[in-house]
Write a protein that binds this ligand. Structure first.
Ligand code: ADP
Length: 666
């Protein structure tokens, strides 16, 4: 369930997806036609839709679906419903929207168009990179990022893993953890295995072994009908600048097909008991196909919530925790995504606008706390499933559960990014940027959107959006986490030459000088050594033979280190925040000086810099923080020390409150 492969819940890789050039699988088309589905649907054929739009003097939105792969069928249905125009074989003229099946780089897109992938998302959601991004957040905000199981990256952190587990066991002899090992590029549960002891890891500490993540195994999941299940939740990242996140109100639950037992050496190998992957369980004799969304081995998440509610659990709290998890996970991804974005779509130059549907795989623990297993950059949008029609003969047949969920998500994504509504959307998003005080407002985003649609002349009375905006709606509760984004913005500013993702030694020196970070405790000679040391280490970690220099993670490490040296009192988060405030203050002062030098204009433009990437609401929040904290800066020569912490089990932490309570309602 990562980026590649053909998991039914995972989009096929570049070579996958046996689609024709019209994007529809032959088998699926046969099956759909044979069931008379194509005529029974309540939408008009594209030709009719076109006429309808043309009558009103509007050009229908053009969608290039030639690279949509396995999402082509669901996309086609949505385009028909919206009465837009599909170009299944591409188009010489530009299209308004390009729908890619795998990544931003699937093909050329026009500058003024929209594309359904962000550059770098595929890379950032790989198991190793994602674990690294969350780790950075865990170092700064340990309490807020407990929703992701303790993870170590192999082979580089093997010894660290061994030491931490040993330390924890020495501290608590009753602790008998299980770990799950997952290969980095893996999907569909491929190559995954459980271990009890660090010595059971295959390809022990071999530096040539393939990267993988070893992770604490959540051994006490919440069960339904004695079966383990996970939740596939769909999230629309509508924009990263400003950050706009929507969560689908319903998702899918995928069930194991063998009753769950806590892991022991006898059941370790039982994949139908421990792994919820649909692609694995479909091969179990116990797999139940069902046309009913409430039963079977794949159901809607809402049907699970209904069951949970009947058992007396607080469903609103579950939703609130899930929303919190999603926002925090995306905030962890944003810094790197911004660097990728700047590299491929430099600010100030024309370029496409990106959005992306992500698949979040979530496990509910026994105490109802959601745990994030993985984020999928290419969740499968296939609405058919494979069925064995006679021994050994498989055919794709429509899957009502998938269709119900996925068609609504794609259609409402298109409604939200509708280029003919951009003006309306823009003014809405700006008017709701600081809307957390107005959470009680009766006018929801969906209602506002429906109004915008009707005012723009869209004919159909659509149901309310199945996607709910959660950011910037809840900006206030999460803005303090955006410190990592601010570090990324400093990094991007000093990257210099556009098109690179690494900071050279001169860029780093310029950063230190401009932000006045060098002093008697950190002379420039030490700065150079710091740069060489950290950059080289990270280049080895990434196995980079190409571009040399300092990647964002290396830069973050340098910032953390300098912050620890400069400010006396931990926690790290406050030290880092103080350093970032200090840097931003210096840069603002410099910008103001430059600006004053060039014109007579007044100080109201203090934060303006033509090359500085802006982050909408976030930048403004920072400005306030900066003013209030820059006065209490002090320097010290505290040596950096990060002690090894024992592992704290998720399962043992189950009774404790994981995150500070948030007033988030779904
Ligand atoms: P893949 O991309 O190969 O599907 P996942 O990370 O999604 O890899 O893991 C596959 C399955 O293994 C999940 O669907 C889940 O059922 C199980 N799993 C993964 N990580 C954990 C964990 N930390 N604790 C318990 N179960 C897990």
């Amino acid at each position: 369930m990562s980026q590649q492969g053909g998991d039914p819940e995972q989009e096929a890789g570049p070579e996958g997806g046996q689609t024709t050039d019209t994007g529809k699988t032959d088998a699926a088309r046969r099956a759909l036609v044979s069931l008379g589905k194509e005529v029974s649907r309540q939408w008009q054929k594209p030709e009719q839709g076109r006429q309808c739009c043309q009558r009103r003097g509007r050009r229908p939105v053009a969608v290039d679906s030639s690279r949509a792969k396995t999402s082509a069928e669901a996309l086609r249905i949505c385009i028909q419903q919206l009465k837009w125009r599909e170009f299944p074989s591409g188009r010489h003229l530009f299209c308004d929207i390009y729908w890619h099946g795998v990544s931003f780089h699937d093909g050329e897109v026009s500058c003024s168009s929209q594309v359904n992938k962000f550059p770098g998302m595929m890379e950032m959601t790989r198991k190793v990179n994602f674990s690294r991004a969350v780790r950075t957040m865990q170092e700064l905000f340990p309490d807020e990022y407990k929703f992701y199981p303790c993870s170590w990256i192999l082979p580089e952190e093997y010894q660290h893993f061994v030491d931490q587990v040993r330390l924890s066991k020495e501290n608590d002899s009753s602790w008998k953890p299980t770990f799950i090992v997952k290969p980095d590029g893996g999907s569909q549960g491929d190559g995954i295995y459980l271990i009890k002891d660090s010595s059971d890891i295959r390809m022990l500490a071999n530096h040539h072994s393939k990267p993988a993540v070893v992770q604490e195994y959540i051994s006490k999941p919440f069960l339904i009908d004695k079966l383990k299940f996970d939740i596939r939740l769909y999230v629309l990242l509508k924009s990263i600048d400003p950050l706009e996140i929507y969560i689908a109100k319903d998702g899918l639950s995928r069930f194991c097909t063998e009753p769950y037992q806590e892991p022991n050496s006898k059941n370790f190998q039982r994949v139908f008991m421990h792994l919820t992957n649909y692609s694995l369980n479909i091969h179990s004799g116990n797999f139940v196909h069902s046309d009913n969304v409430n039963t079977g081995s794949k159901r809607t998440f809402s049907s699970i919530l209904a069951k949970i509610s009947l058992k007396g659990y607080d469903v609103k709290k579950v939703w609130s925790d899930i929303i919190t998890l999603v926002i925090r996970a995306i905030i962890a991804l944003i810094p790197e995504l911004k660097v990728y974005h700047q590299t491929y779509i430099p600010s100030g130059k024309p370029g496409p606008t990106c959005f992306q549907i992500l698949g979040f795989d979530i496990l509910l623990m026994k105490n109802m706390k959601p745990i994030l297993l993985e984020v999928n950059a290419n969740p499968s949008m296939r609405i058919e499933h494979e069925q064995e029609i006679s021994p050994g003969v498989f055919e794709y047949v429509p899957s009502p559960v998938d269709e119900e969920i996925k068609v609504a998500i794609i259609r409402d994504t298109l409604r939200l990014i509708d280029p003919t509504l951009q003006k309306n959307n823009y003014s809405q998003s700006h008017s709701t940027e600081y809307s957390t005080e107005n959470e009680g407002d009766d006018i929801t985003k969906a209602e506002a959107h429906s109004k915008a649609e009707s005012s723009s002349g869209t004919e159909v009375n659509w149901p309310p959006l199945c996607l709910k905006q959660v950011f910037p709606k809840y900006t206030k509760q999460f803005s303090y986490l955006l410190i990592v984004e601010r570090i990324a913005l400093l990094f991007i500013r000093f990257l210099g030459i556009k098109g690179t993702m690494k900071l050279g030694p001169t860029g780093f020196r310029t950063f230190i000088r401009t932000c006045k970070l060098s002093n008697s405790n950190l002379p420039m000679a030490s700065v150079d050594i710091l740069y060489i040391d950290i950059a080289r280490r990270w280049n080895i970690v990434h196995g980079d033979r190409g571009e040399s220099g300092m990647c964002l993670q290396a830069f973050m490490e340098a910032i953390f280190l300098m912050a620890q040296r400069r400010y006396k009192s931990p926690p790290l988060r406050e030290q880092v925040e103080a350093l970032v405030n200090f840097c931003e203050y210096q840069l603002d002062a410099l910008d103001e000086k430059h600006f004053r030098g060039k014109s007579d204009q007044k100080s109201s433009l203090i934060a303006y810099h033509p090359e500085r990437p802006r982050s909408g609401a976030v930048s403004n929040v920072h400005l306030l923080n900066r003013l209030s904290t820059s006065n209490r800066l002090q320097t010290s020569s505290l040596p950096a020390s990060r002690e090894k912490q024992p592992v704290k089990s998720m399962n043992r932490r189950a009774s404790r409150s994981i995150a500070p309570p948030l007033n988030i309602l779904y």
